[in-house]
Design a protein around this ligand. Structure first.
Ligand SMILES: *[C@@H]1O[C@H](CO)[C@@H](O)[C@H](O)[C@H]1NC(C)=O
Length: 142
């Protein structure tokens, strides 16, 4: 057997192993996104979020309401990302609402839940250390 083929088989076995382990541990994360598009006439939030494994599809969150995005984490690979396109006043903004490898993940997401607010001028996450929302104008990323 050539070295190349052996590496392929090892890589397939590793992928299979990681997939089975992830399915077995089945850790869940909650990202709770509140629509806070005030300042002018309050409007609904059009948002589309997806992880590498699950697409939540396009959703409309009415002003003042929230949606709880629940998804599985990859325990061994630790690479799960929840990425969202949020539309405010006709402009689509991209937001990484969850990144398992982010250095501030324990500040943003404690007890398995991350609280976000989407505003007209930017987005906010609940800082679990300072116990208040930290906001960033659109165009920034965490
Ligand atoms: C989501 O956040 C909203 C607003 O902060 C809160 O009222 C609600 O209880 C949260 N929902 C969950 C499931 O944590």
């Amino acid at each position: 057997m050539s070295l190349f083929a052996r590496n392929d088989i090892l890589s397939i076995l590793l992928t299979l192993f990681l997939t089975i382990c992830d399915a077995a541990t089945n850790a869940k994360m909650h990202v709770n996104i509140t629509s806070d598009l005030s300042g002018g006439a309050p409007i609904d939030l059009n948002i589309h979020c997806k992880t590498q494994k699950h697409d939540f599809g396009g959703l409309v969150i009415p002003y003042g309401s929230y949606f709880d995005f629940v998804f599985s984490l990859s325990i061994l690979r630790r690479n799960t990302i929840l990425e969202c396109d949020a539309e405010c006043d006709g402009v689509v903004h991209n937001l990484v609402a969850y990144n398992q490898r982010s250095s501030i993940i324990d500040i943003v997401c404690k007890y398995g839940i991350c609280l976000w607010k989407i505003r007209r001028d930017g987005y906010c996450y609940f800082n679990n250390v300072r116990r208040e929302y930290d906001c960033t104008p659109w165009h920034g990323r965490i």
